[in-house]
Design a protein around this ligand. Sequence first.
Ligand code: LMR
Length: 331
Amino acid sequence: FALVLAACGGGSGAKSSEDYTKENPLVIKFSHVTAIDSVKGKSADYFAQLVDEKTDGRVKVEVYPSSQLYGDADELDALMSGNVHMIAPSVTKMVKLDPRWQYVDMPFLFQDAEHVQAFFDSEVAQSLFKADALASNDIMGKAFWPNGFKNFSSNKNPLVKPEDFAGQKFRAQAGKVLEAQFKALNAGSATISFGETYAALQQGTVDGTENPHNNFDTMKFYEVQKYYSTSAHGRLDYAIFVNKSFWEKMPEDLGKLVDEALAEATTYAQGLAADENAKSLEKIKSAGSVEVYEMSQAERDVLKEAMQPVYDEFADVITKELIDGIEALKK
Ligand code: LMR
């Protein structure tokens, strides 16, 4: 009988809790694209450590950072097919499944980090996880992790006024909203995966990019960019997605501990992001290789006005429900 059970369980993932030991752990593969010392990298490693502690080594989270296993182009496919079990993409990249995730790219939609957190905690945010496009692709959304406000950089000239962007080409993460954002500034854009962005900036394939301080710092983009402006014109945030069948097949007791660890790692990520981004800005300034321009609110307001066409074009795609829902959470 034991043999039959073992045969049934073999390879299907439907093992029972006792089958997993320190020597023979349940392995969760977690792939991401940023550096080990980034906000996402540290939070992913902390999650792995918590899972190890809580399950006494019976569940092992293998974290693959820096696009070493899968990059932007293929991590979502790898999750759907179960080749990895967990990813934490910048939500922009979920545009492939549901265009509403581009809410995050709507210029100047979020006021500050508290506003972003209020959104993460809201029903409006949860509604994104309920989309059929996730479940039908065997994916489940579990949590939101913040990174920070994006800032523009370039090799051509300082970027402060809308006209400063004209004719330049920028690296974008994905999607039509970011394309429209650059178009509103009379600039072009190209979708380039995060792992290839340093080389694209170095080789001049693109003139500039946009990222939170922490990504700009931990990827050393300051080495290949001359000008950096604290525009804070949009957000870059993450959501944790897991392979649904894999998650649901975890023995209940272990799954509960893993979910507990994820909730704690989420609190950790949410506490870490703003501080790490502030530290990274100081590092970027002290690196000395990039000229940092600290933008005033009045200068940001001029950019905001110039980017209004993005709302005219995409408010319906993102949906009124989502945009108004986010606006309503502003303090
Ligand atoms: C980017 O591609 O710029 C970001 O999404 C990378 C990341 O995951 O923070």
